[in-house]
Write a protein that binds this ligand. Sequence first.
Ligand SMILES: [Ca+2]
Ligand SMILES: [Ca+2]
Length: 169
Amino acid sequence: MKKLLFLIPLLFIISCNSVQNPEITLPIGQDIINITEEHIDEGCYLKSGLTNQEMLVVSSNVNSEELGQYEIVYQIVYKEITYTAKRIVMIVDRVPPTAALLEGIDTIKANNVHVDAGITTTDNYDTELSIEVISNVDVTTPGTYSIIYIVTDDFNNKIQLTRFVTVTE
Ligand SMILES: [Ca+2]
Ligand SMILES: [Ca+2]
């Protein structure tokens, strides 16, 4: 019985020590940001018992001017052990292109040529937008037709415009 009582405080100390194993905490931040927005690094910490130390940024290639996936690497040496952690930052484009119809002659007589005046486009990032044109214009038959333009940027943001074409007798 005496032996058992002696063991109890010893076990308690062992369990206290195991709680103090250092732990890396990476606070959740805004790590998916729109192009040209500033990335705010929420840092990284090594927690051991009651101490919470901020880890050093040893490398970061974040470039908010270019779409892509980037990395911030944190490091700290604690009790002769080096701890390393990584934060992934994504620079994305969430802004759709803008587009406007160019003025053209969209009412024509049957069997005349319709010239599609096209559209102008801009985007916050992409300088070469993809433009898909879907037209059902039939100049041989009087009626109202449409030309649909679908403008897509590199990040698959889309905008759609419609031109109406009237073919008269
Ligand atoms: Ca865009
Ligand atoms: Ca493009």
